[in-house]
Design a protein around this ligand. Structure first.
Ligand SMILES: [Zn+2]
Length: 126
């Protein structure tokens, strides 16, 4: 008897859009717990240096992208290439955020209706 394990856990909490809880760099940390209802402050663990920090997404970003003077220690385990990759993700996310404000999808009009109905006419001679 093949008993398939019910591994369907599609419970994703996507309630806080405006608090900055979304961002590509969240993927690089482990969110342990939310410390406040509003504001998007989390206790998170960096997956590179395994240090547990506290802060919002901007802090996560500052830590991972090694931005100084953001009230958080920079990550010492992130490699140069990883940093570049994360910078790219953040940039793309930023662009997509801006684009979503004025969404305009240009649809290429592909109307190639070539109806060639050629009927060979057989001329019948009388
Ligand atoms: Zn780190």
């Amino acid at each position: 008897m093949a008993s398939g394990e019910g591994s369907s856990s599609g419970a994703s909490v996507s309630s806080s859009v405006l608090t900055g809880d979304i961002g590509p760099l969240w993927d690089y940390v482990t969110r342990l717990e939310k410390t406040s209802e509003i504001g998007g402050t989390w206790r998170f663990q960096c997956t590179f240096c395994n240090e547990i920090r506290l802060g919002t997404y901007s802090r996560v970003k500052a830590h991972l992208l090694q931005l100084r003077n953001h009230g958080i220690a920079i990550c010492k385990k992130v490699t140069r290439s990883q940093k570049i990759e994360m910078e790219k993700l953040e940039e793309e996310f930023d662009i997509s955020k801006k684009n979503s404000r004025t969404r305009e999808v240009p649809l290429p009009c592909a109307t190639t209706t070539s109806t060639t109905n050629k009927r060979p006419r057989a001329s019948s001679s009388t």
